[in-house]
Design a protein around this ligand. Sequence first.
Ligand code: BCO
Length: 565
Amino acid sequence: ILKSFHGFHPAPQRLCRRFLSGPGDPSWNDYVRPKEFNFASDVVDYWAQMEMEGKRGPNPALWWVNNQGDELKWSFREITELTCRTANVLTQTCGLQEGDYLALILPRVPEWWLVAIGCIRTGIIFMPGTIQMTTKDILYRLQVSKAKGIVTTDTLAPVVDSLASEYPGLKTKLLVSDQSCKGWLDFRSLIKSASPDHVCIKSKTLDPMAVFFTSGTSGLPKMTKHSHGLALRSVLPSCRKFLKLKTSDVFWCPSDTGWIMSMVGSLLEPWTAGSTVFVHHLTQFDPKDMIQTLFKYPITYFLAAPSVFRMILQQNPTSLRFPTLEHCCTGGEALLPEEQEQWRKQTGILLYQAYGQSETGVTCGIFRGMKIKPGSMGKAIPPFDIQIIDDKGNILPPDTEGNLGIRIKPVKPLGLFMCYENDPVKTAEVECGDFYNTGDRATIDAEGYFFFLGRADDVINASGYRIGPSEVENALAEHPAVAESAVVRSPDPIRGEVVKAFIVLTPKFLSHDRDQLTKELQQHVKSVTAPYKYPRKVEFVPELPKTITGKIKRSELRKKEFGQM
Ligand code: BCO
């Protein structure tokens, strides 16, 4: 569909010219806060312009492959044109407007990038979600956000249709598939006929851009709302120094498109630098596939959760000396110093740690070239001022355990989430004095390096997924065998932590085969909520420890798991 390239209206791009090209402007620093910013016009279109002026090499902006031998390469000029077309589909064909919510539930297909940038061009707030979601997860997200539109695949389209009576608010349903589906608009054919002429909105930096759902100790996932500031943060000098990406880099972040890690690692960071985003559309995670990919393609930069690195190492292949790989970065869960060392020994490449949350994006990390301290997740990345605080928000001295806090007063830094949408109580709960309390326990040393210790609450971090115990307990409660349950984290050599369920059986099931029942309950959880949350460990118990008021003492069970009792 890219026969001509004519509809591109380049924005003035003064902002990006000041930093993205040349040695940079000294007045461009981590604390500047331009009133307006839009990643599509300020970054994507900037690189498209550079391509037109012959100032960017021939490497693609997006390089997509799958296991069936399909391959696709798009330049920034093509991305600009296709996302202008997408913007027109979203607004003209679908009638969506700035400020409307759109659920974006796609696997790693190129259209994910088109819809995300198309939304940014139009001010439609997109909500990435994993394709592992089940009926209930999707219904909840639609209802709580009052989404006007959804983009998904033919696998999930029937699920969405089955929700029509419970959620009649969908104005538009876009299908990304080679097949058609009744009642759904065919995205692929629509962008072919849509006009490439589109004028990007002039978004204010603090206007909303995207929402990520994130789990907490209690209740259902919260809508973590981010402004365009999340994208602008990638342009700030410290973020550029953190990864030190070049236009010639080929960047691979295999994280699921539903998570902020994918947004940062497969879109914002590499495209800000004019690098190539590499995407391997794996339908099922397989570390052997990953090794092959790292050998086969000229990937220079690899960002993934620690579990991915562990699973690759566990394959014990003859060689892990990847021909083009230069830099590896990991985040999303804790990494042990031994694992870091093992990766270095086997690949010859240092494994740099970073830390972030759905609320914070990239927060701290080992900057490229900076001294690595084993087990440390690095230093604060400005404009974030990170401190270790007590429960009242007082700053604690070095080497003292406390909560990892990000200063929000007097000014909330760019890149930090705006709020939990429609939930002022939960938003206020995470404010602690002058800080946002991440809920993570850590220490800082005298040189400003942070060391992660664990969650302060009951949230489970299993192979980089944040899982709320009550989400799993609610799923278990729907099974007739479960009288009550308590879900906690439990250590695991590969996934760091896994979900463990302590279950009290209903009398009818007491005589059932326990192994059989374990499998049945695991399958049940996989079917009622996103499968990554299922309890990999199950223990049947006669009763659960409780307080005198009847509240389950998850902490007691957790401590037992970690041998602390
Ligand atoms: O292990 P099982 O086979 O019993 O079950 C697995 C899957 O097979 C299964 N499953 C997956 N998709 C399914 C499905 N079942 C039914 N229908 C589907 N559509 O469910 C279980 C899913 O668990 P998993 O995803 O943990 O398993 P897997 O495949 O072993 O993947 C391993 C990892 C390491 C690749 C995966 O856990 C992963 O990607 N982890 C990283 C998550 C991540 O990116 N986190 C970052 C969050 S953002 C952040 O932290 C902020 C940083 C700035």
